[in-house]
Write a protein that binds this ligand. Structure first.
Ligand code: GLU
Length: 470
């Protein structure tokens, strides 16, 4: 049997990272078994589905490299097929038209509640005797009245449902439009899906769908229902907890493989291994190691995972990512040191590419003002002499390299009988606006001579103004 999985998002908003984890597991399952993975856009709700949301799904998945073997298949373009199957179910007496009004349904519900029972449609239109011309009917499925439905869920284990507790599902609304539970079964059948991987918020739909598969005379697929992802306060992960839109993570400078690595571990484990390459993910993934309980989203761990990946990623690729982050900040990556040098200097201390770009912006453009705290601590009148001396030495330095610049600063400190920090710290603030940067030689090399001299002048002027009490 070929493993065929699908990811079936409804395009009604952004692509939520919880949905991405679902897509990832479905995709990994297919890739692991050499099977196929299909993207199906469930855009049957014409009012809530938008092109913008479709674009966000396609964009997000393509950024992450979750590539589909088939699709995107748009569910809304399959309405003729859905109508055909609906008619077949009606013809075979496996479905019926229901003429109940909203008031009748409400009354039924109230009555059940009064008796302490689960509200449930009582099947009064089942025998076809209530047909009338003045009401547009819905179509309901004739759910078996007796027996049980056993779901052998690949994550949750065996769950048994009594048919007596299941409603006669609405397959089509009074305007003829088909419902989720119906089209999902038709489409999973037509697409020969072998494994349905989805969130456990759909678990209650599953026995109904299984009955429908059987009515259509197809063997239901295997099911794997994934536990929800919670925020730190143990409620379902939502915007309140921070960014949930996957494209935000791209903006924030996360690497796609790091986000996948993190999402993989959020609900799946293999010993205490934390960092996985994409190939390892595909090699090692299996549903048997998916956790049965809800996972907790931890932004700090995600940053840590990203940091690990940043340090092992190809430098050329990182340079390209840095370039686009700099451009996003309105800077020209050509107006500064070669990007691989910057990447080399900063990757160890940056958790995201955005953070790297923020550290790097002083090498590609001017800063507006010195960081107040750093300037207060280091751009003091006592530092003037050292800064002026280092400027003189740097101006006539023969070669401008990391080593020669470092040596020059050390020489000045020796000559003035100062500790290196007394020269390097003011210089660092002068060059980068802040008191933290890579080694002073590296910083000078990245800033470049021309900019370095101008910035030292600017710092000297700042000190003079400070001394004059301005
Ligand atoms: N469109 C459904 C959703 O986004 C898909 C559920 C399923 O995978 O069956 O929740």
């Amino acid at each position: 049997m070929t493993v065929r999985t699908r990811f079936a998002p409804s395009p009604t908003g952004h692509l939520h990272i919880g949905s991405v984890r679902t897509a990832l597991y479905a995709w990994l399952l297919a890739r692991h078994h050499g099977g196929e993975y299909i993207l199906r856009i469930e855009d049957t709700d014409r009012e809530r589905s938008t092109q913008e949301a479709i674009d966000a799904i396609l964009d997000g998945l393509s950024w992450l490299g979750i590539d589909a073997d088939e699709g995107p298949v748009y569910q809304s373009r399959r309405f003729d097929r859905h109508a055909e199957v609906l008619q077949r179910l009606l013809d075979q007496d496996l479905a019926y038209r229901c003429y109940c009004s909203r008031e009748e349904i409400d009354a039924m519900r109230a009555e059940a509640q009064a008796k302490g029972l689960k509200p449930r449609y009582d099947g009064r239109c089942r025998d076809g005797s209530r047909a009338r011309d003045d009401v547009a009917p819905v179509v309901r499925f004739k759910n078996p009245l007796e027996g049980q439905v056993v779901v052998d869920d690949l994550v949750k284990g065996r769950i048994t449902f009594n048919n007596a507790e299941l409603d006669d599902l609405i397959l089509a609304r009074s305007d003829g439009s088909p419902t989720y539970n119906f089209v999902v079964v038709v489409d999973d059948t037509d697409m020969r899906i072998s494994h349905v991987v989805r969130g456990d918020d759909h678990l209650n739909n599953t026995p109904r769908q299984i009955n429908l598969f059987r009515a259509l005379r197809t063997e239901p697929p295997a099911f794997a229902h994934l536990p929800m992802i919670h925020g730190p306060d143990d409620t379902k992960l939502s915007k309140r907890h921070g960014a949930v839109d996957v494209l935000e993570y791209r903006k924030m400078g996360f690497l796609p493989e790091a986000l996948l690595n993190y999402l993989l571990r959020l609900g799946w484990s293999r010993g205490d291994q934390e960092i996985f390459t994409l190939d390892e993910m595909i090699d090692l993934f299996g549903l048997e190691a998916v956790s049965r309980s809800a996972a907790r989203f931890d932004p700090l761990k995600l940053l840590w995972v990203n940091h690990q990946h940043i340090q092992s990623v190809d430098a050329g690729r990182l340079a390209e990512l840095l370039a686009s982050q700099l451009r996003a900040q309105g800077l020209d990556p050509a107006n500064g040191p070669p990007l691989p040098l910057t990447v080399k200097a900063l990757s160890e201390r940056s958790q995201t590419v955005l953070e790297m770009a923020e550290r790097a912006n002083c090498y590609y453009g001017e800063f507006e003002e010195f960081d107040a705290k750093s300037a207060k601590a280091h751009l003091r009148p006592v530092a003037r002499n050292a800064l002026a001396a280092v400027r003189e030495t740097l101006e006539i330095l023969e070669t401008w390299t990391e080593e020669s610049a470092q040596a020059a600063v050390e020489t000045v400190a020796d000559r003035l009988e100062l500790k290196l920090g007394k020269v390097a710290q003011p210089l660092r603030v002068a060059l980068t606006a802040k008191a933290a940067s890579p080694g002073i030689g590296t910083t000078l090399m990245l800033v470049g001579r021309e900019r370095a001299l101008l910035r030292i002048d600017r710092a000297l002027a700042y000190i003079d103004a400070r001394a004059a009490g301005q």
